[in-house]
Design a protein around this ligand. Structure first.
Ligand code: HGY
Ligand code: MN
Ligand code: MN
Length: 418
């Protein structure tokens, strides 16, 4: 840096090269990325990220649940002060895209590298974060939930992944320590602010032709598994009126869910993405059917009504089909409004770089909704081409990647100075 007021910018080609390299790790048969948390591909991506940090001279602390906290090596003087954090996740949904989460981690890494290279004098430390299991294979926004609310050992022991594996087994196999995982709750006094850069994952910025989204709030994220328990019987000999077919009940719930959502609000959404059937044979009446239910709602006062509507619909259907309904729902992560002051800083940073911007809410879940429970939090969105996400077609223009990273850098430096 030539002077205290010279503006830093990210190294765009380096950030793009990192995104392209990370996108090579975990490419699956569907053409997208399969980087479920603690899978072999996730471990490979974590190892690669650690190498990139080492090459840049950055320090990395891994906490009990496996979140990475990355720091420059020169800020010992301010290191004890409340820090400015920025990050996201590198795990993906099955057959996911190259940008969801990865952009926020690698842009934060790039910002930290520029800070390390230029060594500006800052009043507060800046840290880049990689959160564990944002996509919630084991628990919604797992890594940041461990920081914000913490998990007891008993809670951790009860967690299972979508493949039916127990978290404790997978975690131990990956070298994790359960006692440390149960001890990750963060003291909010350590934080001054947090900011996350993310792709929009929807169509609005593209429709508006705007470069940057200033995120106003994030919807609630809730759900879990509804199990219908009927009776397994012979498919050829059991008359239709004597069956307790659990899958028929599950099917009725899937059909009922859109109306359940519409009865709560125009913005409420409910999704069932996994159905499992037991015993799972073409010639056996299904004795059990389990469906995942993911629900989102922006208004705090409507969240419990949405959950109650799903439960009531399932109970009603169970009664109608002569089966039992059981519920295993996670603690709902409440909706949050993001910090107004940070929104102003983000908007000003965009304007100063000649970028158009608009305010918009997030319909996707993010670690920021947990971090907002701990410190003033902001989010920056960049456009998603065609609004596509959670699919291999997920894409953001490289110019938008660089713009978003520069707005992130400006925002972090602003927040790190008094
Ligand atoms: O599901 C979500 O909204 C986020 O991508 N984890
Ligand atoms: Mn996602
Ligand atoms: Mn994400």
């Amino acid at each position: 840096m030539t002077g205290a007021s010279a503006r830093l910018s990210v190294n765009g080609p380096r950030l793009i090269a990192d995104l392209e390299t990370l996108a090579q790790i975990g490419r699956g048969p569907g053409g997208g990325l399969d980087r479920t948390s603690f899978s072999a591909a996730d471990s490979e991506a974590r190892a690669w990220l650690l190498r990139r940090c080492a090459e840049a001279g950055l320090r990395v602390h891994t906490d009990g649940i496996g979140n990475f906290v990355m720091s420059p090596d020169y800020d010992a003087e301010t290191a004890g002060r409340p820090a400015v954090w920025s990050g996201s996740h590198i795990d993906t949904v099955p057959n996911g895209g190259d940008f969801d989460g990865s952009l926020g981690v690698l842009a934060a890494l790039e910002c930290l590298r520029r800070i390390q290279e230029e060594r500006p004098t800052l009043d507060r430390p800046v840290r880049a974060i990689m959160f564990t299991d944002e996509e919630g294979n084991y628990a919604h926004l797992f890594g940041s939930s461990a920081l914000a609310r913490g998990f007891s050992r008993a809670e951790l022991e009860a967690l299972t992944g979508r493949d039916g594996d127990r978290f404790v087994d997978t975690f131990s196999a990956a070298g994790g320590d359960l006692d440390a995982a149960a001890n990750t709750k963060l003291n909010p006094a350590m934080l001054h602010a947090t900011v996350e850069l993310h792709i929009e994952q929807g169509p609005f910025l593209e429709q508006l032709g705007h470069d940057i989204g200033v995120v106003t709030g994030i919807v609630a994220l809730g759900g879990g598994v509804v199990s219908f328990l009927g009776r397994a019987d012979h498919a050829g000999t059991t008359p239709m009126d004597r069956r307790q077919n659990a899958l028929t009940a599950a099917g009725a719930l899937l059909v009922a869910l859109p109306e359940v959502a519409a009865n709560v609000s125009a913005n409420a959404v409910v999704t069932s993405g996994i159905v499992t059937v037991e015993p799972g044979s073409a010639n056996v009446v299904p004795g059990a059917a389990r469906v995942t239910v993911d629900f989102r709602e922006a208004e705090t006062h409507l969240v419990s009504a949405l959950e109650a509507g799903i439960v009531a619909a399932a109970q009603d259907i169970a009664l109608r089909y002569g089966v039992q309904a059981e519920f295993d729902f996670e603690t709902t992560i409440p909706p949050v409004l993001l910090d107004n002051g940070i929104q102003t800083v983000i908007a000003a940073a965009a304007t100063a770089r000649g970028l158009s911007h608009s305010a918009l809410p997030s319909g996707a879940g993010h670690d920021s909704q947990n971090m907002a429970q701990l410190a003033p939090t902001g989010m920056i969105f960049v456009p998603s081409i065609d609004g596509r996400s959670h699919c291999p077609e997920e894409k953001t223009a490289w110019s938008d990647v660089e713009n978003g990273a520069n707005v992130l850098l400006d925002t972090l430096l602003n927040l790190a100075r008094d």
